[in-house]
Design a protein around this ligand. Structure first.
Ligand code: CP3
Length: 366
């Protein structure tokens, strides 16, 4: 296996952290600093940790709020979104908080609303089928319709007082397009791939519009003060290698180019093994899912790119002893590799055992 050559200006253009190359010790760094240093591959004694989907259903305090408010109330009310964002930080002391929101708010702001199905998953109000449907999607109203997002970010930043990093996010155009074309959650989405293959111009038109909307949305988040951005390309693995660029990679690259490394960026493309595409996308950090060994992924990526991952989320619904064992394995496999953010290989499952999360963090930090 050959390592991909370093893309130009990967870590060098980032000015968010000092370029001190000394080994920073656990006691002297704030969580935020630890997280930011990891994104530019600075050596650390202990990697920073946060979990995808850390804010939400696994926490009793979140479920309590859900007795009173709907998911969309929580997302759209800055005070409530702030509370839910902070819940996992208070309980576990993660090094980064992730804004409580959803990748689908952008579609809603463009004119395709969504709701929750009784049977689980989400349903869009309608599916995108025709050119007219694409034409009707509006990019103009984003700032106004999503004004609750920067309002929440400002509140969260003030509560975190610079101690913990705050991550903003958006879905990738490819992943968003899958939800839009299927009309909601779907076990085996096919329509976006069919469109990309059969009518590439039409797919391009949709992806361009989504790219524009995501750029505007992320810029709003950066202006409001997030410390980093993650792009969720949760459906990236649906694309066969040769189509990854046309379906997803190109649009992610355009987004990252447009936000010009103002903050560090993380790309999580689940199931994707197009390392070269990901390495040259402009991302500072590549999220690795649990379907691949972290060591194998690291062996292919340039050393200037940090990695994030990748404990199997399923372990957290089991026994703490096994979590400790697997966490230790991951730590020894990554020893000496600067630029590692500890995370799961996908989102925290709703049935996660709180003791398992504590054990994972204690093992990592001890
Ligand atoms: O990570 C965090 O804690 C921040 C909040 C966050 C949520 N969704 C909250 C949420 C983030 C970053 C997301 C991203 C998201 N949303 C993705 C990408 C990540 C992934 O898991 O692949 C996707 C595909 C969505 C779309 C989405 N949101 C679906 C399909 C569903 C319904 C199915 C499900 O997982 O429950 C949601 C709802 C959702 N988003 C919940 C939460 C906490 C559950 C709502 C509830 O029941 O309270």
């Amino acid at each position: 296996m050959q390592r991909i050559a370093e893309p130009e200006n990967t870590a060098q253009t980032l000015t968010v952290v000092s370029k001190r190359r000394t080994f920073a010790s656990f006691e002297t760094l704030s969580s935020r600093e630890r997280f930011l240093r990891a994104t530019v591959c600075e050596p650390l004694d202990v990697p920073p940790v946060w979990l995808m989907r850390q804010a939400g259903r696994a926490l009793p305090e979140y479920r309590k709020l859900k007795e009173k408010y709907t998911f969309l109330d929580l997302v759209r009310t800055p005070e409530l979104a702030t509370e839910v964002t902070l819940q996992p930080i208070r309980r576990f002391g993660f090094d980064a908080a992730i804004l409580f929101s959803d990748i689908l708010v952008i579609q809603e702001a463009m004119g395709q609303g969504y709701s929750f199905r009784e049977s689980g998953g989400v349903a869009m109000d309608f599916s995108i089928c025709s050119d007219e449907d694409i034409n009707r999607l509006s990019v103009e109203g984003i700032a106004e319709r999503l004004a609750y997002v920067p309002a929440a970010i400002r509140m969260i930043k003030s509560e975190l007082s610079g101690r913990t990093a705050l991550i903003g996010f958006a879905g990738s155009p490819w992943t968003l397009a899958n939800f839009m074309l299927e009309g909601g959650s779907c076990k085996e989405p096919t329509r976006a791939l069919t469109l990309l293959k059969a009518e590439p111009e039409k797919y391009r038109k949709l992806a361009e519009k989504l790219t524009q909307a995501v750029i505007e949305f992320l810029r709003m988040q950066i202006t409001a003060g997030v410390d980093a951005i993650q792009i969720f390309d949760s459906h990236g693995g649906l694309l066969p290698g040769p189509l990854f660029r046309a379906g997803s990679g190109l649009w992610i690259e355009r987004i990252l180019h447009a936000i010009k490394r103002e903050v560090p960026t993380i790309v999580f493309s689940k199931g994707t093994r197009a390392w070269e595409e990901l390495a040259y996308s402009g991302a500072n950090v590549i999220g690795i899912d649990h379907g691949i060994s972290l060591v194998d992924a690291v062996a292919e990526l340039p050393t200037t790119i940090a990695v994030q991952g990748n404990l199997d989320p399923g372990l957290l619904t089991g026994e703490p002893a096994l979590v400790a064992e697997k966490t230790k394995e991951l730590i020894s496999s990554m020893r000496g590799r600067p630029g590692w953010i500890f995370n799961l290989g996908h989102g925290l499952p709703p049935g996660a055992n709180i003791d398992c999360i504590h054990t994972m963090i204690d093992t990592l930090r001890s």
